[in-house]
Design a protein around this ligand. Structure first.
Ligand SMILES: *[C@@H]1O[C@H](CO)[C@@H](O)[C@H](O)[C@H]1NC(C)=O
Ligand SMILES: *[C@@H]1O[C@H](CO)[C@@H](O)[C@H](O)[C@H]1NC(C)=O
Ligand SMILES: *[C@@H]1O[C@H](CO)[C@@H](O)[C@H](O)[C@H]1NC(C)=O
Ligand SMILES: *[C@@H]1O[C@H](CO)[C@@H](O)[C@H](O)[C@H]1NC(C)=O
Ligand SMILES: *[C@@H]1O[C@H](CO)[C@@H](O)[C@H](O)[C@H]1NC(C)=O
Ligand SMILES: *[C@@H]1O[C@H](CO)[C@@H](O)[C@H](O)[C@H]1NC(C)=O
Ligand SMILES: *[C@@H]1O[C@H](CO)[C@@H](O)[C@H](O)[C@H]1NC(C)=O
Ligand SMILES: *[C@@H]1O[C@H](CO)[C@@H](O)[C@H](O)[C@H]1NC(C)=O
Length: 766
């Protein structure tokens, strides 16, 4: 897609000056809905493959749609279904013991100017087995085209480039044992990578408030689902439990293991399925989440207490499990379908269903169908279409100004922009050479900073470029014998209140392939920030790579066959050549404090799998708002937080994105703490954000007869006490305390009810 102008949503256009029209807002809403539906179509294609539903997969193509798979080319849904069926053979997910797990990860989608077609690049795998011993592994890149037909997004062309393949026993290698050129070409330029939606044409109408709320809620639910996965990986069962909120509801069902209810039950279920709290040396509990589709429900269930809204999420999970000390390891291929509820503005889990399809011992592989009985869970695919046809609800017909709606919409656009630029980075690094160095640098903001692994951080785009060319030269490398891919799946993205900046955590999932030896997989973690620049393009602001948390010594030995590092080896290897030739602006080894302790190139003795390295979180628990008990909390731009505050985005006019919910607690305080009941009736409101986060904003206390407002400043320490008017009528009062108007913190609210007697006297509150 070649676009000549990139004037999308320039920073100055946000609610400033330019009059916002409802038609324009509606058009922008439908553009973001389009991006979401395109991603959902693709994720659903992958989800259906798990059950060999090839006819349903083919139905996701337009009538003239084409499937180009390697050197095969078929056109039209019927032929596509036929081909999919034949190609899978008995490895179809339908035959007992068979497996067909396809994942399409790390989307980078660009919509065309007219909003009617799009192109998208994905990294992915297809791991198959027939249950009778035969297996097949494939990996590659998709460059797809999408088309809008009669209000639905469909696959126009699915173009799959197979880059590596093999069977389970032998592992995967480059297809044909050949070198790679640049396969395939990127459908976007470096500038387009950060502009998933170009400046649009055309008008649209329709209800927008509800649809924007859906988009914002989708972001929160997707974050919650992905954040769940990161706590699960570390077996942080306390954190996982908090994701269900404090309602003592909550169900975890693990198919063929049990149904577990309530806080104690949930912990028991998680322990039964994945082991006891925490990771001890040698334990791997990776549960990679792919192809998550989120659907906001139209209605809430009346039997779910305090439900404002409800949602469902569905996706694919690949578990890499093992214990190096015991020499055991296994694969777990599952799907999940989970429900969520929003209470007081905070999304939380309601129930979780994990349905393992094939669980297999690492040594024998999944070819024989594995060790779990057949799943009994009926897969329920989510209907992601028709986002644009929502009717207003009471909640969204409040007269929010168009500027306010536009701000909220920007936040969902920010989610998309951050995901695109994150994946653009991975795609360029996959094919790193002198040419890719300039593309990789070009998706950074001029004042960005980026870590070069095991060395340190380089500040400014120019220095990022030079650090790259120092290692990879300045010219394109026509071929390479292997690739270490840089997938960045499962993002948790926090977008700032004005929608112009974001923080992102994603996995580094690194499948590697080579001409001659079998490939391996290893994993790390990214902690990044992005900004919307003056030209309307999303750019990287800060890139931190914590690696590696786990690895394989070889395909045959697996992740459980890695030897423990020699206790007598030096704490750190000699510095990389890069460090001497082109010294970083901030050396990992010079970052005082705990952040780089245990990382290679960092401080003290580096920790190598199967030892367990500390894992950092840039956000708080998305439901409880708490940070990890051991203090592994490091928000925002990693080098900026304690070492280089001057590199921070707030110094350049961007807002620091929130790190989690802002908790608001309203408490009835008779006589404001004194025992004199007839002093008056007081409500104290506490606003609690994350550690070090400044509480400034507006607190409102609103009921039928009450409307009080207070502007909190830093000196208030997050608390205000309101005195209620003395002339309130007797009886029941429902009061809503809200916190908003902060540029950094998420709005939050609490509800308090009071029963006032006719006159002064006893008061009841909760
Ligand atoms: C297509 O590719 C397969 C496997 O890579 C190969 O066996 C087959 O010969 C190819 N067919 C054509 C027509 O090139
Ligand atoms: C909608 O998008 C256009 C660019 O396509 C941008 O100029 C405008 O500010 C946006 N309007 C709103 C209300 O979000
Ligand atoms: C595979 O299963 C066998 C038999 O139960 C067991 O001895 C072996 O340790 C397992 N291998 C792995 C890698 O878990
Ligand atoms: C989860 O909750 C939703 C909404 O109440 C319900 O439809 C679904 O059946 C529940 N699933 C399980 C496994 O409890
Ligand atoms: C999805 O929802 C739309 C709109 O409500 C409806 O027209 C369509 O039939 C649904 N699709 C499926 C597969 O249920
Ligand atoms: C915006 O575009 C102009 C013109 O191409 C360019 O000079 C400027 O550096 C760009 N701004 C950023 C932040 O990249
Ligand atoms: C209660 O609040 C009132 C009004 O804000 C204040 O004048 C009074 O000193 C407070 N009393 C106590 C015991 O804090
Ligand atoms: C209660 O008193 C306030 C002033 O303190 C006044 O503005 C309000 O109208 C009164 N409400 C009623 C119901 O009398």
């Amino acid at each position: 897609m070649r676009l000549s102008k990139f004037l999308f949503w320039t920073a100055a256009g946000v609610g400033v000056g330019a009059a916002v029209t409802v038609e324009e807002l509606a058009r922008n809403v439908s553009r973001i809905e389009a991006l979401r539906e395109i991603k959902d179509v693709t994720a659903t294609f992958a989800q259906l493959a798990q059950f060999g539903r090839y006819a349903d997969m083919a139905a996701l193509f337009s009538p003239d749609g084409a499937l180009l798979w390697g050197n095969t080319s078929v056109q039209g849904p019927e032929a596509i279904e036929q081909w999919l069926e034949t190609d899978a053979g008995d490895m179809n997910g339908r035959r007992p013991g068979s497996l067909d797990t396809m994942v399409l990860a790390t989307p980078l989608v660009n919509l065309a100017v007219d909003g009617k077609t799009a192109e998208g690049r994905w990294n992915g795998w297809r791991l198959q087995g027939d249950g009778k011993g035969a297996t097949r592994m494939r990996g590659g890149i998709w460059e797809n085209e999408y088309t809008l037909r009669e209000g639905r997004w469909l696959l126009g062309v699915m173009r799959y480039y197979e880059l590596y393949e093999g069977d389970y026993a032998g592992g995967w290698r480059n297809v044909g044992g050949k070198d790679f050129g640049l396969v395939p070409e990127f459908h976007y330029s470096a500038e387009e990578a950060g502009v998933p939606i170009p400046r649009g044409e055309g008008r649209a109408g329709g209800e927008v408030g509800r649809r924007i709320e859906d988009l914002n809620d989708e972001d929160e639910v997707r974050n919650l689902q992905h954040a769940w996965g990161y706590y699960v990986d570390r077996r942080l069962w306390g954190e996982v439990g908090e994701l269900f909120g404090s309602h003592n509801w909550g169900v975890v069902r693990v198919d063929n293991v049990g149904v577990f209810e309530g806080p104690a039950g949930i912990r028991e279920g998680l322990e039964r399925w994945m082991g006891s709290e925490g990771l001890k040396q040698g334990v791997l509990n990776e549960h990679l989440i792919f192809d998550t589709v989120v659907k906001i429900r139209d209605e809430v269930d009346s039997d779910v207490p305090d439900a404002e809204r409800m949602a469902d999420a569905r996706g694919i999970e690949i578990g890499l499990i093992g214990d190096q000390e015991k020499g055991t390891a296994s694969w777990r291929f599952s799907f999940f379908q989970n429900s969520f509820v929003r209470r007081n503005g905070i999304w939380q889990f309601l129930n979780v269903t994990i349905a393992p399809l094939v669980v297999a011992n690492y040594s024998s592989g999944w070819g024989d169908g594995g060790v779990m009985p057949q799943s009994t869970v009926e897969p329920v695919f989510l209907n992601y279409t028709a986002r644009g046809t929502k009717t207003p609800t009471a909640q969204t017909t409040t007269a929010d100004s168009l500027e306010e709606l536009s701000r909220r919409l920007y936040r969902s656009y920010g989610y998309e922009g951050a995901e695109s630029i994150s994946n653009a980075y991975g795609f360029y690094i996959d094919f790193i050479d002198g040419a890719a160095c300039s593309l990789m640098a070009a998706i950074h903001h001029p004042f960005a900073n980026k870590e070069s692994p095991f060395a340190g951080f380089y500040h400014t785009r120019q220095r990022v470029l030079e650090a790259c060319t120092q290692s990879y030269g300045t010219s394109a490398r026509p071929t390479r014998s292997g690739i270490s891919f840089h997938w960045r799946p499962q993002p948790v993205i926090h977008v700032s209140q004005d929608g112009r900046s974001a923080s992102l955590r994603a996995r580094l999932l690194q499948p590697a392939t080579d001409k001659t030896s079998a490939g391996t997989i290893r994993g790390g973690m990214y902690h990044d920030q992005m900004v919307l620049d003056e030209n309307g393009s999303w750019k990287l602001w800060s890139v931190t790579i914590d690696e590696f948390y786990w690895s394989m010594s070889s395909w045959k030995e697996g992740w459980h066959g890695v030897e423990v590092r020699d206790k007598n080896a030096p704490d750190q290897p000699p510095p990389r050549d890069l460090v001497r030739q082109y010294p970083p602006d901030l050396w990992l080894s010079e970052m005082e404090g705990p952040r780089e302790v245990g990382f290679m190139g960092g401080r003290e003795r580096y920790v190598a799998w199967p030892e367990i390295q500390r894992m950092w979180f840039g956000y708080r628990n998305p439901v409880s708002g708490g940070v990890l008990e051991d203090g592994s909390y490091w928000p925002g731009c990693v080098p900026c937080y304690q070492h280089k505050p001057e590199w921070g985005m707030t110094k350049h006019g961007w807002q620091e994105p929130p790190t989690g919910p802002t908790l608001v607690r309203a408490v009835f305080a008779p006589g404001n703490g004194s025992s004199e009941w007839d002093d008056g009736t007081f409500i104290s409101v506490w606003v609690t954000p994350g550690p070090g986060e400044v509480v400034e904003g507006v607190v409102r206390l609103v009921g039928k007869e009450v409307e009080l407002k207070y502007v909190l400043t830093q000196k208030d320490g997050g608390r205000v006490t309101f005195e209620l008017p003395r002339n309130l009528s007797g009886g029941f009062h429902l009061l809503e305390a809200t916190f908003s108007g902060s540029s950094r913190l998420k709005p939050g609210k609490d509800v308090i009810d009071l029963t006032l007697p006719g006159g002064p006297g006893s008061l009841l509150g909760d």
